[in-house]
Design a binder for this molecule. Structure first.
Ligand code: CUA
Length: 317
């Protein structure tokens, strides 16, 4: 069954994912903790209401204070280590360089640059705030940052991994369940940390291959006069200073690559749904939506030009 959009939960892990093992470990901890709590409360109630009698305090202190915690914590340690081994088994089932799909994800204030390394080549396709993965195959993520520390977290798929400037961390994700998963930055990284989300789309191998083929393509020429006006407005407003649209003269590197921005599920790292209205609102007032982000407001465009620009960006699918 396809999951509904924007699932972000630690208690409904995707089947076949590392998060499923973490969820199992969590359940043992919650249930075990609850059981111990109930037993302790029962003993406390008994001690309060039963008729007073003398007990061997040494037995209770040594048994309840030393032997019991040592036994429980040792058992938990062994269990947690087996879970850890099972997670690394997903990781090492296909070692680095064995043809595993490799994706670089770079944390930025406050969005995610995503670069797919195309198998067998040095070529990359660059996009933002969205990851597509094929179901049933491990995907290697290489995680870093270019400004402050962020943390990559898709709770239904895997645990958190920090993204640290100057360092590359590795995370292998895997899922057998197609669907949409929401990811979120999990390390406070400045004012708009909360609006630093992304989408993960897990799909069949065929759908994934089609998506890669689509993302490889450059933007085509505007198909009608309104889209042509939008294309001109993009350069008039100097959007090309910061953004790349492959197939055009725009090759800015500061902001997200917009070659296929119309195909993405959300705008501004999950802050807005992606449609022509939100696109226009974001371009006209990015500082109202995400105060402090690096995108300046655009005040050189007329309403007609702004609508045309939004339509053109939306047509980049
Ligand atoms: Cu990036 Cu918090």
């Amino acid at each position: 069954m396809l999951r509904s959009p924007a699932t972000q939960t630690v208690i409904d892990a995707a089947s076949g994912s590392p998060a499923e093992l973490l969820e199992r470990l969590g359940n043992v901890l919650y249930l075990g903790g609850a059981l111990i709590f109930v037993v302790i409360m029962a003993i406390a109630l008994y001690a309060t209401y039963a008729k007073a009698r003398t007990v061997d305090t040494r037995t209770w202190v040594v048994g309840g204070g030393i032997v019991f915690p040592v036994l429980v914590l040792s058992a938990l340690l062994v269990y947690a280590l087996t879970i850890g081994n099972a997670i690394s088994a997903i990781d090492t089932s296909r070692g680095p360089g064995s043809g595993m799909l490799r994706v670089h994800v770079v944390g930025k204030q406050w969005w995610w640059e995503v670069r797919y390394q195309l198998p067998g080549t040095q070529d990359e396709i660059v996009l933002a705030n969205e990851l597509h993965v094929p179901v049933g195959q491990p995907v290697e993520l290489l995680l870093t940052s270019t400004d402050v520390i962020h943390s990559f977290w898709v709770p239904s798929l895997a645990g958190k991994v920090d993204m640290i400037p100057g360092r590359t961390n590795r995370l292998v994700i895997h899922t057998d369940e197609a669907g949409h998963y929401r990811g979120q930055c999990a390390e406070y990284c400045g004012g708009q940390h909360a609006l630093m989300a992304f989408d993960v789309v897990a799909e069949s191998t065929d759908e994934f291959a089609d998506w890669i083929e689509l993302q490889k393509q450059d933007a085509g020429a505007p198909r009608n006069a309104q889209l042509g006006l939008g294309y001109d407005a993009f350069f008039l407003a100097r959007c090309d200073t910061c953004h790349t649209v492959r197939g055009t003269a725009a090759d800015g590197r500061l902001g997200p690559d917009l070659t296929h921005v119309g195909s993405r599920r959300s705008l501004a790292a999950g802050a807005l749904d992606n449609h022509i209205g939100t696109m226009a609102g974001w371009i006209a007032g990015p500082q109202e939506v995400k105060p402090g982000n690096l995108m300046p407001a655009t005040d050189v465009l007329s309403g007609v030009e702004l609508r045309a620009l939004s339509a053109w960006l939306g047509s980049l699918r």
